[in-house]
Write a protein that binds this ligand. Structure first.
Ligand SMILES: O=C(CO)COP(=O)(O)O
Length: 261
C-alpha cells in the first residue's frame, strides 16, 4: 500500500444472499463503519445481479459511501444473448465496479483470455472499473510458473487499452489454491506476484502502472488482512467468504486500526 493509491476492500458475495438478505447486510455494514473509516478505505460490495437494484436503492436513499458493482458482465453491448447482462445496464444501476475473469468463471464457464479482454473493454466503454482477476492454479505454482502465468493473463486482458483506461482498471491477484480453502498466500508470496504484475504493467504502459490498484484475494480475513496490506504493492483485498458476515467484513475494512495487532 502507498499514499498514492487509496486502499480498496471489495466483497465478492458470489452466489449468496437474496435481495432481502443483501439489504440487511449492507445496512449492518453501514452501521458498523463510520465516515472516517469509509473515507480511509474505499468499501465495495459485489452482490448477485438480482440484488443490485435493492442495494442501489439503499445506498442512494441513505447516502451511504459504500460502493457496489457486479460479479460479471456480457462481452457484448446488447442484443440476442439470452441470460446475459450488459455493461450499460450495470452503469444505469450505478455500478462502479465489475469483476471480470474470476477464476470460477474461467474454470466453470471456460472463459478464456479473449473473452476476458472483451469484458474489460465493455466495462470501460460503460464507465465501470473492471476488477480484473488473475492467478494460478496449484499445479502451475508447483511447477514454478505462477508469475509468468499471472502476468500473461493480465497482459492479455489489458493489451489494447490506453494509459487513461488502464488507470481505471483494478487488478486482483487471486491464486486459485487460496480461494475458499482457508489457505492464504503468505504476504511475501502475494507481494512477489503483485510486484511482478505492476512491473509488467510499467514495462508496457510506463508510469501509469504506479496508479493502478492491485488487490490480493484468497481466504482474506480480519486476522490476516493487516499483514497483507503491509506490503508495498498490495492496495486492497477481494474478499469472498468473509464478506458475507457484515461484522467480519467491517473488521477487514478497519484494517488500518488493527495493523500490528
Ligand atoms: O474468490 C475470492 C474473491 O473473489 C476469494 O474467496 P475467499 O475469500 O472465500 O477465499
Amino acid at each position: 500500500m502507498t499514499e498514492t493509491r487509496k486502499p480498496l476492500i471489495a466483497g465478492n458475495w458470489k452466489m449468496n444472499l437474496n435481495h432481502l438478505e443483501a439489504i440487511a447486510l449492507v445496512q449492518k455494514l453501514a452501521f458498523s463503519l463510520n465516515r472516517d473509516q469509509l473515507e480511509a478505505v474505499e468499501t465495495v460490495v459485489l452482490p448477485p445481479f438480482v440484488d443490485i437494484r435493492s442495494v442501489q436503492t439503499l445506498v442512494d436513499g441513505d447516502k451511504l459511501t459504500i460502493g457496489f458493482g457486479a460479479q460479471d458482465l456480457s462481452a457484448h453491448p446488447s442484443g440476442a444473448y439470452t441470460g446475459e447482462i450488459a455493461g450499460s445496464m450495470l452503469a444505469k444501476l450505478g455500478c462502479s465496479y465489475v469483476a471480470v475473469g474470476h477464476s470460477e468463471r474461467r474454470q466453470y464457464h471456460e472463459e478464456g483470455d479473449d473473452l476476458v479482454a472483451a469484458k474489460v473493454r465493455q466495462a470501460l466503454n460503460n464507465g465501470i472499473s473492471p476488477i480484473l482477476c488473475v492467478g494460478e492454479a496449484l499445479d502451475v505454482r508447483e511447477a514454478g510458473n505462477h508469475i509468468s502465468h499471472s502476468v500473461s493473463q493480465l497482459i492479455a486482458a489489458v493489451d489494447g487499452l490506453t494509459e487513461e483506461e488502464l488507470a481505471k482498471v483494478v487488478v486482483a491477484y487471486e491464486p486459485v489454491w487460496a480461494i475458499g480453502t482457508g489457505r492464504t498466500a503468505s504476504a511475501e508470496d502475494a507481494q512477489e506476484v503483485i510486484g511482478a504484475l505492476r512491473a509488467a504493467l510499467a514495462e508496457k504502459f510506463g508510469a501509469v502502472a504506479e496508479r493502478v490498484r492491485i488487490l490480493y484475494g484468497g481466504s482474506v480475513k480480519s486476522s490476516n488482512v493487516a499483514q497483507i496490506m503491509g506490503k508495498p504493492d498490495i492496495d486492497g483485498a477481494l474478499v469472498g467468504g468473509a464478506s458475507l458476515d457484515a461484522e467480519e467484513f467491517a473488521k477487514i475494512v478497519r484494517f488500518p486500526e488493527h495493523a500490528g495487532a
